[in-house]
Design a binder for this molecule. Structure first.
Ligand SMILES: Nc1ncnc2c1ncn2[C@@H]1O[C@H](COP(=O)(O)OP(=O)(O)O)[C@@H](O)[C@H]1O
Ligand SMILES: O=c1ccn([C@@H]2O[C@H](COP(=O)(O)OP(=O)(O)O)[C@@H](O)[C@H]2O)c(=O)[nH]1
Length: 232
């Protein structure tokens, strides 16, 4: 079982696939899935996207730098939202972010992260990488390395990495294992090339799983390869 896990959650984990906003049903499901791994006494960091609010690319009339800043703020909003949901369910968490100064957001300081873990908090990393032109996949890779995670779990809406987009091609074939090199060469869209590259350089394995299948998150943390594992 992995002991230090960075979980990348799409904003769609809050809204349901393809949706916007916050769904009560989805949040109940999210809490149930998180409780299964939180009880295992692992050090858990979470990077949340903002696809349920803004994705920079979706704001067509905006300059991308502007749109991406809205996206990054969205990730902080989601982090605070999740902190509140966790609180109501007896789960201790803390929001850290380099981009905003708010009373319930703690500035990102590497030296303190371990103390939050030791005190039993889930650390919610908001604000992405703090730079436009990136996505939260890259932020997840960065934070995973910074917290010395054993694994980066990308919980998304497909069962893993396929030889082509499974949402578009019925005959797409899933890889159980793939190297970073192959993922980059084949320009696999499920995660940014930057994220693959950061993980490759730092020898951090990635587990791509379908978040919307009950029990998948627990299995991934227990080390079962239920989706696709990206490694050397
Ligand atoms: N080769 C591929 N294997 C798996 N998924 C792919 C592939 N190419 C494109 N995709 C698409 O990538 C999507 C997941 O990426 P993305 O939408 O960025 O996830 P998230 O919002 O969870 O960060 C899937 O819905 C899938 O349709
Ligand atoms: O380092 C970052 C991370 C995120 N974003 C912006 O925030 C949005 C939300 O993140 P993402 O698309 O990764 O969300 P997800 O698809 O995972 O819900 C992105 O589209 C970007 O516009 C950004 O500019 N820099």
């Amino acid at each position: 079982m992995y002991k230090r896990v960075l979980l990348k959650l799409s904003g769609e984990a809050f809204s349901g696939e393809g949706g916007k906003g916050f769904s009560e049903e989805m949040l109940t499901y999210l809490v149930k899935e998180i409780k299964k791994i939180h009880n295992l006494n692992i050090k858990l960091g979470i990077v949340i996207g903002a696809g349920n609010i803004f994705r920079g690319k979706e704001l067509k009339d905006f300059r991308i730098q502007m749109a991406d800043q809205l996206g990054m703020l969205g990730t902080v909003m989601n982090s605070l939202y999740l902190k509140n949901v966790f609180e109501k369910n007896g789960i201790k968490s803390i929001v850290v972010s380099p981009i905003v100064n708010l009373p319930s957001v703690i500035p990102l300081k590497y030296d303190f992260i371990e103390q939050y873990f030791e005190a039993g908090y889930i650390v919610l990393f908001g604000g992405g990488t703090s730079n436009p032109l990136f996505t939260t996949d890259t932020a997840a890779a960065l934070r995973a390395i910074e917290m010395s995670a054993d694994i980066l779990v990308k919980a998304t809406k497909v069962d893993g990495i396929y030889d082509k987009d499974p949402k578009l091609f019925e005959d797409a074939k899933k890889y159980d294992n793939i190297t970073y090199e192959q993922a980059i060469k084949e320009q696999i869209k499920v995660m940014d090339t930057e994220a693959f590259s950061i993980c490759e350089k730092n020898n951090l394995s990635i587990s791509i799983i379908n978040f919307f299948k009950e029990g998948n998150l627990l299995k991934a943390v227990e080390g079962e390869n239920i989706g696709t594992k990206v490694s050397h």
